[in-house]
Design a protein around this ligand. Structure first.
Ligand code: FES
Length: 67
């Protein structure tokens, strides 16, 4: 899964916004409406965002999960 189909939000958009703003992707996904309806995407969404943010060397954006 590459996007939240309920919210019509691509995971990449969440990562991009997290990298731009320095904010936690979990706050942004809520604000962007991802993972809020059927929640079927949430596991994939977390895995995708965590992988990408770690690749970017910005694991601080992963918040408490990685600490
Ligand atoms: S697919 Fe993301 S909440 Fe339903």
């Amino acid at each position: 899964m590459q996007k939240c189909h309920c919210g019509e939000v691509f995971f990449e958009e969440i990562v991009g916004r997290s990298l731009q703003s320095g904010r936690d992707f979990r706050e942004l996904m809520v604000e962007m409406g991802a993972g809020q309806i059927c929640t079927a995407c949430v596991g994939d969404l977390y895995a995708y965002c965590e992988d990408r943010l770690q690749e970017s060397g910005l694991s601080s954006l992963l918040g408490a999960v990685s600490r």
